[in-house]
Write a protein that binds this ligand. Structure first.
Ligand code: LHQ
Length: 258
C-alpha cells in the first residue's frame, strides 16, 4: 500500500489518505487502494468502526489534476466508474459506522467523499470547497445527491456554482457536518468518537444506516415498512438482548457487535 495507510486500533480501522505533498489528491493508485481497504473493513468482523482522515495539512484536494494530462491520462468515464463511484458506494453500503475526520482542506471529490460519512467532523482550521465549477466540471462523487439533502437546494446550488471555500465552522452551521473540533487535539477527539461507535451495537448501527439510506428515496409508507423489517432484524441481535438485560440489571452493557 503506497497512497493509503491502513491501521487497526482496537476495533477501529483507520484509513489515512497519504499523498501529503499533493494535498492527498486522488490518483488511480490511491482510489484503488482506498477501495481495497474498504473491502477489508467490510469483511473483518473485528472492525466495528471505520475512521477516514488525511495525512499532513489537507484532508483531500479531489482529483490529482496532474494525472489528467499526458498520454497515459485515464479517461473521464474511467475515473468516475472505476475511482470515485466505487468509493462512494462502498462507504454508503458499509455495514459499519464511518467517521470522517476532515483535518484540513477538502476540495472537489475530496469534499464530496467526506460528506458520505455517517459522522463527519472537521478541525476548526479545515475548509470545504466544491472546486469543480472553477475548472468547468460538475460536482461528482455523490455531491449533487448528498449536499442538497444536507443543507438544502439553494445553499448547495450556490456553493456548487460559485465554488466558495467555506470554513469548518460555516459547514457546521449549515449542517453539512456534525461538529467542529479544536485543531490542537483533533485526531484524539475525533478518534474518541470512533472508539465510542466501535463499542456500540454494530448491527443496530448498520441497520440504522440502511434505514437512512432507504429514506433518501422512500415515501413515508415505504419507509415505515422498511423500519418494520429493520427493527425486526435489530431485535434478533445479541446486542439488543444485552442492551435490555444490562438496563434491567442496572449495569453497563458489553456489546459485541453481534
Ligand atoms: C494539487 C491539487 C490537485 C494536484 C492541490 N491536484 N495537486 C472527477 C472527474 C474527472 C476528472 C476530474 O476530477 C474529478 C473530481 C474532482 O475532484 S475535480 C476537482 C479537482 N480538485 C480541484 O480542482 C482542487 C484544486 N486545488 C485547489 O483548489 C487548492 O489547491 C486547494 C483549495 C485544495 C488548497 O489551496 P491552498 O491551501 O492554497 O494550497 P495550494 O493550492 O498551494 O496546494 C498545495 C499543494 O498541493 C500544491 O503543490 P506545490 O507543489 O505547488 O506546493 C498544489 O499544486 C497541490 N495540489 N490540489 N487537485
Amino acid at each position: 500500500m503506497v497512497s493509503i495507510v491502513f491501521q487497526i486500533l482496537n476495533n477501529v480501522a483507520v484509513i489515512t489518505l497519504n499523498r501529503p505533498e499533493k494535498f492527498n489528491a486522488f490518483n488511480r493508485e490511491m482510489a484503488l487502494e482506498f477501495q481495497s481497504v474498504l473491502d477489508a473493513c467490510a469483511i473483518d468482523e473485528h472492525i466495528r468502526c471505520v475512521y477516514i482522515t488525511g495525512a499532513g495539512k489537507a484532508f483531500c484536494a479531489g482529483q490529482d489534476l496532474s494525472e489528467l494530462v499526458g498520454e497515459d491520462a485515464p479517461g473521464f468515464e474511467q475515473i468516475l466508474s472505476e475511482h470515485y463511484n466505487p468509493v462512494v458506494t462502498r462507504i454508503r453500503n458499509l455495514e459499519k459506522p464511518v467517521v470522517v475526520a476532515v483535518n484540513g482542506v477538502a476540495a472537489g471529490a475530496g469534499a464530496n467523499i467526506a460528506l458520505c460519512g455517517d459522522v463527519v467532523v472537521a478541525a476548526v482550521s479545515a475548509s470545504f470547497i466544491q472546486a469543480f465549477s472553477k475548472i468547468g466540471l460538475i460536482p461528482d462523487s455523490g455531491g449533487t445527491y448528498h449536499l442538497p439533502r444536507l443543507i438544502g437546494w439553494q445553499k448547495a446550488s450556490a456553493l456548487m456554482m460559485l465554488g466558495d471555500k467555506i470554513s469548518a465552522t460555516e459547514a457546521e452551521r449549515l449542517a453539512m457536518i456534525y461538529k467542529v473540533l479544536d485543531d490542537e487535539n483533533f485526531a484524539e477527539q475525533s478518534m474518541k468518537i470512533a472508539a465510542t461507535l466501535a463499542a456500540m451495537p454494530t448491527k443496530g448501527l448498520a441497520l440504522t444506516k440502511q434505514a437512512l439510506n432507504a429514506s433518501l428515496t422512500n415515501n413515508l409508507q415505504q419507509q415505515l415498512h422498511t423500519e418494520d423489517q429493520l427493527q425486526f432484524a435489530a431485535a434478533h441481535t445479541e446486542d439488543y438482548a444485552e442492551g435490555v438485560a444490562s438496563f434491567l440489571e442496572k449495569r453497563l452493557p458489553v456489546f459485541k457487535g453481534k
